[in-house]
Write a protein of this length. Sequence first.
Length: 216
Amino acid sequence: MRYGMVIDLKRCFGCMTCVTSCKMANNGSKNVFYNRVLTRPGLSDEDLADDAAIDTARGSYPDGLKRVQIPLACQHCANPACETVCPTRATSKDAETGIVSVDPDRCIGCGSCMLACPYHGVRTMLQKEPANNLGFDCGEADAPEHQGRVVEKCTMCANRVARGEKPKCVEACIGYARFFGDLDDPNSEVSQLIAKNKTVQLMESAGTRPSVYYIA
C-alpha cells in the first residue's frame, strides 16, 4: 500500500479552502501552513524553484498573462530525500502506508531535511513555542501536538486516515479537485484517474518519486 493524492488543476480555482481547513484541523500555529496554493505560469522545475507566490500572474499584459494554481504540500515521496539526510532518524517513511512523518521527540531542529527537500517551503520550523491564531486549541482531538524548534509538515492527516477518513484538505475541497487513495491498488480512484488522464509529478528530475500527481 502507498497512499497518495491526485489534484486536478483544471478544477482548482485557488479558493484556499484546503489551506484553511488543514490549518484548523491540525490546530496550526501562527504563520505555519502545511498546505499552500501557489500561482505559476506552469509546472516546470524552474517555476517551482522561484520564491513562493500567491495569486500572482506571470507574463505581459494584456495577452501574455498566465496563471496556474498549484496546491503544494509535502509530496510524501517514495524516495524521500529528507529521510536520507536526517541525522536522528526523526524523518521516516511508514512502511505500511508510505506516509512520510517527522517525530518531534527525535527532531533536533537542524534543518537538514528542509535543505534536502526539493519542494520549496513544504516544511517549516517554529523558532518559538507554538501559539495558534485563535488563542485556544481547535480542530481534530487527535491532531499532532506542536513543539517549538522542531520541523513540521503535512502528515497527510495520518490520524484521520488511520480511522478510515480522508485527509481534511480532500474532504473540504469545494471544487472536488483533490482525491486520495492507494496508489498501489489499480482499482482505486486515484489509480484510475492517473490511468485515464495526463498527469505530472513535481520536479521528477529530483528522483524523489512523489506520491502526489497533478492533472494538468
